[in-house]
Design a binder for this molecule. Sequence first.
Ligand code: DOR
Length: 436
Amino acid sequence: MSHLPSRCDLVLKNVLLPSGRTADVSVHRGRVCHTGSPISADISIECRGRLAIPAGVDMHVHMRGWSQSAKEDWNTGSLSAIAGGVTVVVDQPNTIPPLDAPGSYRERVQDGLVHSNCSFAVNGGVSPKADLEGLWNAGAMSFGEIFAAPSSYGQALDSDLLARALSRIGAMGALATIHAEEVAPGPDCSLTDHDRLRPERGEAAMVREVERMACPAGAELHFCHLSCPESVKAVTSGSVEVAPHHLLLSRDTFSPQDTWGKVNPPLREEKTRRGLLSCWDRIDVIASDHAPHTRGEKADDFDRAPSGIPGVETMIPLLMAEVKRGACDLGSLITKVSQTPSRLLGIKDAGFSPGDRADFILFEGEISAVNAERLHSRAQWTPYEGMRALFPAVVVMEGEVVYRDCEFFPGHPRWYPGRGYISSMPKTLGADSSLP
Ligand code: DOR
């Protein structure tokens, strides 16, 4: 006990932990210092009856910004993340311009440092002309999503370029995150067409192909948003990421021309969705693939409407409702939305042991219905309207309350650079090279 501070910053009193134990969680300088009896604190919050879990680390979000700010930007996207219990996001590089050079990469980080309300990392983009080593030194957390098939604002790499990129990424010891799909030509006029043109077997074949390429290159692989059991089972060495929309929605949920369900990889038929849920134990990471587009863009004809679904704010609430109804267990959900992504990215775990990152979600126990009007993404629509969800009552980031009873409070978000980072920025910009 001698190394405990005599006074700490925050105590969550009588909080119900995921283990079922009730305890006081004391927090100092952004880290848990004690879980048990309380330490005197500047701020004390009575939490009796409230469940606390570690906050989410969402490995796959598109925060947009710049010329795409009508869809989302760092400010609105990060508020949406916090209200959904996510305190760390990994931004994807298919921005305009793409983050495939250190210059655009640094600008993106700078924009996040000024405008993001939650902590964040930014991935490096992989295009034919990308300066991968420059991006790695500039702080890229990992690489990709690397498009093995074209998607919104993402140009596909042919297999030669992909193999060479994997070899360079492997040489740096970085993580390659892969968007695995195969796309056939043809009219794309409905969710059924979309599913047929980007088929399950093509996704699984691409997983196998990328694994074959990466084997000599030695690149560590992470497969993004796998949408069907065949692809999940095809992964032998990399980590498996699945998105909530593939777990909770099928194309049968929507009318055939409904563009709100248009996403890459596509929503599958109900049988596949159930099959994917039954692969729960093989899923390493659940990440939202938060891909906001405006209502106007989505109102276009099906073949022209962009693919993508906003989801960073609804991911944990929807899955918590699944836990409440007994469809999955709380411990494995925490592993998939918080602990495994933290470990893959080299970010300190959030949790309740001394030294853990003090990022938590507190729930009060009230299930409600998703309502787009209460969400914070600039997109202002959701394909989950009316579905059961358990939204956070309080969110704590780095030991500070940043959200309480629907109100936001300023915190101290961090930028998490990757392992190749060579600091060229003054510490005051927020980059902390002593991380995690
Ligand atoms: O549907 C998608 N939309 N899939 C992706 O891979 C990219 C994303 C986007 O950026 O809109």
